[in-house]
Design a protein around this ligand. Structure first.
Ligand code: FE2
Ligand code: FE2
Length: 165
């Protein structure tokens, strides 16, 4: 753990690590939700949606890596047991029990909207206190905003197609 790097954090480091660990749990659950969704999905426009789900899954996994790096830099331990993902998560997990395209899109849009709120709050908390975490959170937030946009665009296409079918 880098001593000086930690000293410049102008906020409660323990609390910050807990907050980052909660986001870390969210990212793993989001990763799995996208990944399994891309395997089981059924219905019209399936191929276009799968391409997006696979790309988002890779992004969520990358976010979990960015958060792990920061948690460790701050002297913390990333969540080491998958069963704890459920304990720490902000946004939860929606199992694609009904794998119809529209339902999977709705579930993941809900997840992205929750993630946007979580990272927006984290930006508020870190903006004057921890520029390094702020920068990481900003990069993640940009991706989550793009994810919501991608999924909503697919949903609009899906609805237009159903209307004109
Ligand atoms: Fe993410
Ligand atoms: Fe996302």
């Amino acid at each position: 753990m880098g001593k000086r790097g930690r000293e410049i954090v102008g906020m409660d480091v323990g609390k910050l690590r807990d907050t980052l660990n909660k986001a870390f749990a969210d990212e793993w659950l989001a990763y799995y939700q996208y990944w399994i969704g891309s395997k089981v999905i059924k219905g019209p426009m399936k191929e276009a949606v799968i391409a997006e789900l696979v790309q988002h899954a890779a992004d969520e996994l990358r976010h979990s890596e960015m958060l792990t790096t920061r948690i460790i830099q701050l002297g913390g331990t990333p969540v080491i047991k998958p069963e704890d993902w459920y304990k720490f998560t902000n946004c939860g997990y929606e199992a694609p029990e009904d794998p119809f395209v529209r339902i999977i899109l709705d579930q993941n849009i809900k997840g992205e909207q929750c993630a946007i709120s979580v990272y927006n709050r984290l930006m508020e908390e870190t903006k004057d206190n921890d520029p390094v975490t702020y920068n990481i959170v900003l990069q993640i937030l940009q991706d989550e905003v793009e994810h919501e946009e991608d999924l909503q665009a697919l949903l609009e296409d899906f609805e237009a197609m159903m209307k004109h079918a």
